[in-house]
Design a protein around this ligand. Structure first.
Ligand code: UDP
Ligand code: MG
Length: 157
């Protein structure tokens, strides 16, 4: 099944939102297949946000991602990349719709509680950035047949 990467950002760790964020993904029916806490080094931040390195806000973004540990999570589900982006909401949390994670838990365009991969291609690269193969877990789900229809199971699993 499709996998994507989320990072629970330092601001969410500081604000005690780990449980709320994890719950949002679990309630939706997405499955956690990898999870780890780490500090983002200069090298990892520079690589992860390379597309933004020339933006004026980059130094602030970098400092914000190193202000506390993060929790990297690999989560799985049918069309997980797009589904997770919808759940996470717009980059600027003030414009993110209520009901989305950013819309419900943040007021900021920078301190916006979570990162989520923006394409299937980037998800593969980002999962590799944070997880060694042995740190991802493939396990039987007892409830998949109650979460997806028969046609979806054929198509996505
Ligand atoms: N960011 C910021 N100011 C901006 C745009 C982005 O501080 O004007 C930060 C914000 O934390 C965002 C991250 O840079 O989550 C990565 O930006 P991107 O455009 O990739 O947004 P995302 O994919 O996180 O929604
Ligand atoms: Mg992005």
């Amino acid at each position: 099944m499709e996998k994507t990467l989320i990072l629970i950002k330092p601001n969410a760790i500081q604000r005690g939102l780990i449980g709320d964020i994890v719950t949002r993904f679990e309630r939706k029916g997405l499955r956690f297949v990898g999870m780890k806490m780490l500090f983002m080094t200069d090298e990892i931040v520079n690589e992860h946000y390379a597309h933004l390195k020339n933006r004026p806000f980059f130094p602030y973004l970098k400092a914000s991602m190193q202000a506390a540990p993060i929790i990297a999570c690999c989560i799985e589900g049918a069309e997980a990349v797009d589904t997770v982006r919808l759940l996470v909401g717009a980059t600027n949390s003030r414009k993110a719709l209520p009901g989305t994670i950013r819309g419900d838990f943040s007021m900021s365009g920078e301190q916006n509680v979570v990162h989520a991969s923006d394409s299937v291609e980037n998800a593969l690269i980002e999962i590799d950035r944070f997880f060694a193969p042995g740190e991802l877990f493939d396990y039987e789900s007892a409830v998949t047949r109650f979460e997806y229809g028969g046609e979806e199971s054929q198509k996505f699993m």
